[in-house]
Design a protein around this ligand. Structure first.
Ligand code: NAD
Ligand code: MG
Length: 397
């Protein structure tokens, strides 16, 4: 029986993870779970999965939840605030910690979890984009293991040999005769819109992804393809790859979740329905395969699978992310922070769609390019970039 700590339990990935866990009560138990503020959903999780510990980062919401569990005489410890989330993530009783908090908020809890030397099933790509090498230094120092949950990275992982799968962050692609990592992306809901129509798109349209159903932030990131840019950076760190090792391919049907080509011309791909329960099950079960609730692909009904190169005029955020990757840590931290602030403003109708890339680009222009040697430096740079993005957005209003 494996004990699972689920960070970000009430979100899209959190809900899919709970669905997979519920199919294997003999294999997994939910030991601990955290979220930001959704009391009702967390109470449902407590009633169904009976975790020992729960944390809400919003203090007020945690107090409300605490009252509810007391009145229902439920045997669960309630922690609160950011420190409560970190304490829960650091609990060494977990065998696997699933990192499904959205954005930079996930970084400190993940680093706390790494210190236990257990397995981290990682969905929270922003944490890796921010801390990259330092994150994997900690993984090595504490003997932890990282397994990808992001569907593209899970596909790449599944297309690589076992020696690489068990050494993420430090593997040697060339030694294993890998020629290229082919990172696929659907192109999002606006891939066929005329460029001049993009200035009018709304948050509601952006959140309605044609293939995947996801949380609001990553849905907007998919429309701008910043998501693919963050995944490009994520892939670099997970697979110890150079920028030249990775190529982005637009594949609107999202049937192939990514590929690896080898020096002999062979290409290995992972295919499946666009349902995050598959990559979650791969990470939870590894190296075994477990049921995920996702059915098999029906090839006859798939129709055409199409591919093309990305158009950077349509997707300036993708270009900015790839350029940041080349510039290094300071640029990727600023990119991620500026994007989080810009996307939040877009979701609140305070910023136009096309201005997301403008805000990110302006923040990057003002960022001092250097390397960071500690997480504190990263968090400070993240704060500075957020303030800068915020002031740029305010000057637009
Ligand atoms: P979501 O918005 O649906 O859920 C986010 C979760 O994080 C919620 O449970 C929320 O309560 C929690 N949270 C937010 N701030 C928190 C804080 N300060 N402390 C504790 N908990 C906090 O997002 P999602 O779509 O599930 O995405 C989660 C992560 O997984 C993101 O990093 C995203 O990029 C990545 N991801 C998601 C998908 C997908 O299909 N949804 C696919 C690949 C990767
Ligand atoms: Mg993905």
């Amino acid at each position: 029986m494996k004990a699972i700590t689920l960070l970000g339990a009430t979100g899209s990935i959190g809900t899919s993870t709970l669905d997979v866990l519920s199919r294997h009560p003999e294999k997994f138990s939910l030991y601990a779970a955290c979220a930001q503020r959704n009391v009702e959903k967390m109470l449902e999780i407590i009633l169904k999965f009976k975790p020992k510990k729960v944390a809400l980062s919003n203090e007020q919401a945690a107090l409300v939840l605490k009252d509810k569990v007391l009145s229902l005489h439920l045997d669960v410890e309630i922690l609160r605030g950011e420190s409560g989330v970190i304490e829960l993530a650091a609990d060494p009783k977990a065998d696997i910690v699933v990192g499904a908090i959205v954005g930079a908020a996930g970084l400190k809890p993940l680093l706390a979890a790494v210190k236990n030397g257990g397995t981290i099933a990682l969905a929270n790509k922003e944490a890796l984009v921010m801390s990259g090498r330092l994150f994997f230094d900690e993984v090595r120092k504490y003997g932890a293991r990282v397994l990808p949950v992001d569907s593209e990275h899970s596909a790449i992982f599944q297309s690589l040999p076992y020696a690489i799968q068990t050494n993420l962050g430090y593997c040697n692609l060339k030694e294993h005769k890998v020629d290229k990592i082919l990172l696929t992306g659907s192109g999002g809901p606006f891939r066929n819109k005329k460029l001049e129509e993009l200035c009018h798109v709304t948050a509601k349209q952006a959140v309605a992804h044609p293939v995947w159903s996801m949380g609001p932030k990553i849905s907007v990131d998919s429309a701008t393809m910043m998501n693919k840019g963050l995944e490009f950076i994520e892939a670099r760190y997970l697979f110890n790859a150079t920028d030249a090792d990775i190529k982005v391919v637009i594949h609107p049907q999202s049937v192939i979740h990514s590929m690896v080509s080898y020096i002999d011309g062979a290409v290995m791909a992972q295919l499946g329905k666009p349902d995050m329960r598959t990559p979650i099950a791969v990470a939870l079960g590894f190296p075994d395969r477990i049921h995920s609730g996702v059915g098999a692909l029906d090839f006859a009904s798939l129709g055409e699978l199409t591919f093309k190169d990305p158009d950077y005029e349509r997707y300036p955020c993708l270009k900015l992310a790839m350029q940041s990757s080349e510039k290094g840590q300071a640029a990727t931290v600023a990119l991620n922070a500026a994007n989080e602030i810009a996307v939040a403003a877009f979701l609140e109708d305070r910023l136009r769609y096309l201005d997301i890339s403008q805000v990110v680009s302006s923040v990057l222009d003002k960022t001092n390019i250097c390397e960071y040697s500690s997480i504190d430096e990263i968090l400070e740079a993240d704060k500075v970039a957020r303030e800068l993005a915020d002031s740029i957005i305010r000057s637009h209003e």
